[in-house]
Design a protein around this ligand. Structure first.
Ligand SMILES: Nc1ncnc2c1ncn2[C@@H]1O[C@H](COP(=O)(O)OP(=O)(O)OP(=O)(O)O)[C@@H](O)[C@H]1O
Length: 687
């Protein structure tokens, strides 16, 4: 028998569930009130009796208070979840009959689970629960899901989707197929939100496979622009936190993201899914930690800015040289060479102490499994510990210290910058190393130097991190991955798009990343959800390599607006801003090729348009309204409308420019315009 088969019954059921949720909410509110009173009373008691309580009693009271606070915090969290469920209790339903059964059970699926206290019956299933995978993976008919006790086979008798807003059923759709296109269309047509949103109601089958993947040590996702890579990675994190509750918490997961604005933009997804924010860092921050006190360095953004304003062939050559896997091997070979060639043992001889060179050599050989620095320290320790003075006594501390120092000095140098410079002499390419300034590395040298340091000194890994997410994988070199592999020897989700590199001279393809992680599983996402059909078709012509497949969601064709001069172009941009302000849309991005151009545009427009906001590499917050940014800064973000100014032949000409133009255009969800004066860029599609 199918329960709630008609729409009227479903509407009534929404109310019934809402009543249960309200009951539960009241219970929790009472609990929170009771806990509050309990904590206040306990604190008052401790304060009033502070003179009379002995230390053991005080400690016991403190424990009670902190337990009550913990309990209260958990209740507050449950309260928050219930409030969310009251607004929208569930979005899907599957009726599943297990093989051999006689009746199907209805499973309602929501962002969180909810069960009745008395009957212990589950009213709503969490989207991450095993049975919920049926909703994402199957049509009506035969189906199966992985439960803790094994695979459960059976048949889906009914599948429905709901949109419930503020407790009211807006619509419901019977969907025999995968997540119904109609619901997806509605979701994608919406106006942008202030922050990235969760996609639990419309996760697609290929995305669900990634989210629920538990076995891959490294999972690499190559996905076209707008294919949901970042969304999927965050939902995967939420899934892992659910699946491994008690073993992994948000403090054990780290996302390496391109910049602070992007981190801010994605920051609401996990809290929306009931999880805490995860840790976040960037490659520049990691580098700062590793090179602290050693040297300064150029950041990635500074390198990209330099490349976008001038094509310095020697610099490009240096960057390219250091980008590939073979350079990783060169560094490894050099580190091995250092371990042998830079250590020159000699006899040690002090008044009353003599140590033969051979004893030092054998201790150094015995410690051969260690990186150079700890190996040297161990050798010094062992030799000094074993040494005897002429009377056959162990060395006094001062003499032992002298021996240890003498042995450490037998290594030519442990100065990282000198060693790093020597690397280039060793490989016969001294011209490939150039300092940017005194003790200041070019960005291309930052991670090779860090890798060399790790090989020579060993690694202080982040043991508490159990899963790392690397976004924008195409922008990182093989050496950066080698460093990441050593710093975080845990599971990883690595995602990106080879066509969205902001620095193609040092970008990594999927194949190259796979060479660093040979065991990795890879998946490709080619369906693009962000932009309209017309915008995707347009962007595909800019980057013919892109394998983007659009969702059938239509909108205005992108416009290329030619002007006779700079003033005309500025007027065209002003008109586009005016049209945006008249529209229902909430976000407009004016995206320039370089930061300098973005700043210039900002100066030219800010007096005519209120509320313009310029993003730069120091920006930390994402916000709605009208933003101006470089393509580099805009990576990963999305906007209702996008205008790309300065699309003339001089400005967009190289392969790097092609990537930047492609990134710029694919930020648009609904509307795209490009402006130029003079001659149009040859990279623009013919109109
Ligand atoms: N299954 C889905 N249902 C609804 N919306 C989706 C789905 N998958 C992706 N989207 C939407 O598509 C847009 C792009 O997603 P996301 O930013 O995660 O893609 P991406 O591949 O990381 O993009 P890019 O590489 O271009 O920055 C977002 O608005 C996201 O909500």
């Amino acid at each position: 028998m199918t329960i709630h088969s008609t729409e009227a019954e479903e509407r009534a059921y929404v109310k019934e569930v809402a009543a249960k949720l309200h009951d539960a909410l009241r219970t929790i509110e009472n609990q929170i009130d009771a806990t509050r009173v309990e904590v206040i009373e306990a604190k008052t008691y401790v304060w009033a009796n502070r003179a009379g309580l002995d230390p053991a009693e005080r400690a016991a009271n403190r424990v009670d208070i902190s337990l009550a606070i913990d309990q209260g915090e958990r209740a507050v969290e449950r309260h928050r979840r219930l409030q969310k469920l009251i607004r929208s209790p569930y979005f899907g339903r599957v009726d599943f009959m297990t093989a051999g059964g006689t009746e199907a059970d209805a499973y309602y699926i929501g962002v969180h689970s909810f069960g009745e206290e008395d009957s212990r019956r589950n009213v709503i299933y969490d989207w991450r629960s095993p049975v919920a995978s049926l909703f994402y993976d199957y049509h009506a008919g035969r189906a199966a899901y992985d439960a803790p006790e094994g695979v459960v086979e059976g048949e889906i008798r009914l599948k429905r989707q709901y949109k419930i807003i503020d407790g009211e059923l807006e619509y419901m759709i019977e969907s025999a197929m995968h997540i119904n296109d109609e619901v997806l269309q509605k979701e994608l047509s919406r106006v942008s939100d202030e922050k990235m949103r969760n996609i639990v109601a419309t996760i697609q089958k290929e995305q669900n496979m990634i989210i629920r993947n538990e076995h891959s040590r490294e999972l690499i996702i190559q996905g076209v622009a707008g294919s949901g890579k970042t969304s999927v990675a965050l939902h995967r994190v939420a899934f892992l936190l659910y699946r491994y509750k008690g073993t992994i918490s948000s403090q054990n997961i780290l996302i390496i993201s391109p910049n602070k604005v992007f981190s801010d933009y994605i920051s609401s997804v996990l809290p929306e899914l009931g999880e805490e924010k995860i840790l976040e860092t960037g490659f520049d921050e990691l580098a700062a930690g590793e090179l602290d006190g050693i040297c300064r360095f150029q950041t990635f953004a500074e390198q990209v800015s330099r490349l976008t304003v001038s094509a310095d062939e020697a610099l490009i050559d240096r960057i390219r040289f250091k980008a590939g896997l073979s350079f990783v091997h060169s560094i490894e070979q050099f580190a091995r060479h250092c371990a042998e060639a830079y250590f020159v043992p000699v006899d040690v001889s002090f008044p009353s102490v003599t140590i033969a060179k051979e004893d030092i050599v054998s201790a150094y050989v015995a410690a051969g499994s260690l990186p150079v620095k700890p190996r040297l320290e161990k050798t010094a320790l062992i030799v000094a510990g074993a040494a005897r003075d002429e009377d056959g006594n162990k060395l006094k501390p001062a003499a032992a210290g002298k021996v240890r120092n003498a042995i450490k000095k037998m290594f030519k140098t442990l100065n990282l910058l000198s060693l790093y410079k020597d690397l280039y002499t060793y490989i016969g390419q001294p011209e490939q190393f150039k300092l940017l300034g005194p003790k200041t590395l070019e960005y291309g040298d930052v991670f090779p130097a860090i890798y060399l340091k790790m090989l020579l000194e060993g690694v202080q890994g982040f043991d508490s991190i159990k899963h790392v997410v690397v976004d924008e994988m195409q922008d990182y070199t093989a050496v950066q991955y080698a460093v990441i592999a050593r710093l975080f020897p845990c599971k990883k989700t690595i995602l990106g798009d080879a066509n969205q590199s902001v620095n193609p001279y040092s970008s990594s393809s999927l194949a190259e990343i796979r060479q660093v992680f040979p065991e990795a599983d890879t998946v490709e996402l080619v369906k693009s959800y962000r932009s309209t059909f017309e915008i995707i078709e347009f962007a595909r012509q800019i980057h013919p390599n892109s394998r983007m497949i659009p969702v059938e969601r239509h909108g205005d064709s992108p416009r290329i607006i030619a002007s006779g001069n700079a003033q005309g172009q500025l007027a065209a941009i002003g008109t586009a801003i005016g049209q945006f302000l008249q529209s229902e849309h909430r976000s407009l991005l004016l995206v320039c090729k370089t930061q300098d151009q973005a700043e210039r545009l900002f100066r030219e427009l800010k007096d005519q348009h209120d509320g313009l906001c310029l993003l730069d590499f120091n920006s930390e917050k994402f916000r709605e309204g009208i933003l101006i940014a470089s393509a580099h800064m805009a990576k990963g973000l999305e906007f209702d409308q996008v205008v790309v100014p300065y699309c003339d032949a001089g400005n967009y000409a190289t392969e790097l420019d092609r990537s930047l133009l492609y990134i710029a255009c694919t930020r648009a969800m609904h509307k795209l315009a490009l402006t130029y004066d003079g001659e149009a860029s040859p990279l623009l599609p013919a109109t």
